[in-house]
Design a protein around this ligand. Structure first.
Ligand SMILES: [Zn+2]
Length: 183
């Protein structure tokens, strides 16, 4: 009796929601794209292309870029899912910006990919698993996040500044260059 009542109540509530809340179908779309990103992660890993990471980039409801981790198969430590997806999307869009795009990545981005995403400037990022989940299976992005705040000489890879004056010449020339493409 009680269960029937609850079921009826839930049915009516969900009907009311689908009639009045336009976010519900959209939420399903986001989940569908995230599932695609996870499928890419699994397929890439099964083909031994690299780690278990996938990424989809969507513009106006259409997939414009796909990527999965290809670090080990291409001998490229930068071939993370987000980077390969950004490269694919930008090539397809003939643009170095992801204006109006949404990034769906199977895992929270590492600092390199976070930087790449900021440079590409999409509208929003959805991520599936998080940094802690990644660290649990041996991908310690969290370690790199912590390194960012350390003094140069305290980092596990020491950083040291040399020849600043020399390096500034490139900036001077850029400043004065009249036919540059700003980004
Ligand atoms: Zn990354």
């Amino acid at each position: 009796m009680c269960n029937n009542f609850n079921k009826k109540f839930l049915d009516e509530a969900s009907k009311a929601l689908s009639n009045h809340n336009s976010d519900i179908p959209q939420e399903n779309t986001h989940k569908q794209f995230m599932k695609e990103a996870v499928d890419l992660a699994i397929r890439g890993m099964e083909k031994n292309e690299g780690g278990p990471f996938g990424c989809i980039i969507v513009k106006d409801g259409k997939i414009v870029g796909r990527g999965n981790n290809k670090v080990t198969s291409t001998y490229d430590p930068t071939a993370h899912a987000e980077i390969t997806a950004i490269r694919d999307a930008c090539k397809n869009l003939n643009s170095f910006q992801l204006n109006g795009c949404i990034v769906y990545t199977s895992c929270e981005p590492c600092p390199m990919c976070l930087g790449a995403i900021y440079w590409a400037r999409p509208e929003k990022v959805f991520f599936g698993s998080n940094k802690k989940d990644a660290a649990d299976v041996g991908f310690d992005d969290d370690f790199i996040y912590k390194e960012i705040n350390l003094d140069y000489d305290k980092r596990s890879i020491p950083f040291e500044q040399i020849n600043r004056e020399e390096a500034l010449k490139a900036f001077q020339i850029w400043n004065e260059k009249e036919d540059k493409t700003d980004y």
